[in-house]
Design a protein around this ligand. Sequence first.
Ligand SMILES: O=P(O)(O)OC[C@H]1O[C@H](OP(=O)(O)OP(=O)(O)O)[C@H](O)[C@@H]1O
Ligand SMILES: O=C(O)c1cc(=O)[nH]c(=O)[nH]1
Length: 213
Amino acid sequence: MHAYQRDFLDLALRRDALRFGEFTLKSGRISPYFFNAGRFDSGADLAALGSAYAASVLASDIGFDMLFGPAYKGIPLAAATAVTLATKYDRNVPVAYNRKEAKAHGEGGMLIGAPLAGRVLIVDDVITAGTAIRESLALIHAHGATPCGVLIALDREERGQSTLSAAQEVSAEFSIPVLAIARLTELLTLTQNNPTLALHHARLAEYRQQYGV
Ligand SMILES: O=P(O)(O)OC[C@H]1O[C@H](OP(=O)(O)OP(=O)(O)O)[C@H](O)[C@@H]1O
Ligand SMILES: O=C(O)c1cc(=O)[nH]c(=O)[nH]1
């Protein structure tokens, strides 16, 4: 495990953004753990996340013109990443978000922020079965823009529509990279090696047997 992955998982555990128990997921799967990016709820937390996301994408060879943060939790993550890119790396990129329900008054519509154009990098919190990312990809295509990659904090490494993981499927089907700061693999390593988390390890491993790749 890399130091930046441990730092991210440690922060998530300290903030209770990573919890163990029984959680129903968007896919209907019942999971023994849950990543709630909404717990990164201070300026300092968002700055730390923005730095981790920005560093990950800049260390990759993904070329991008703008960021897109899917509602809801992708919104502050894309914003934090855009702020870091501008303030730390002198790279001012446009940023856009969507609404879950269309707005019928004022400016109206589903999209907020910069028009979707050029190479769009999706910034979200987590990928499970890939539904949210596929919706974002469809939205970007529908606006005539080009998705160029997906940047997430946690890849749960779960099966999508085939025997591949959702991240692998999206990557192969759309010919784009899916970059994650950490994966279930690192979480399993952490829970195995940390005495206070060891009791969760078996349930995570069992869940991986059921839904993982
Ligand atoms: O890969 P998937 O199976 O689609 O699951 C992952 C998605 O589920 C959550 O979104 P959700 O819309 O539930 O919640 P949010 O409004 O809190 O972002 C999460 O933020 C991911 O976007
Ligand atoms: O699959 C989901 O719905 C999901 C999983 C997870 O760990 N965190 C989250 O916000 N959603």
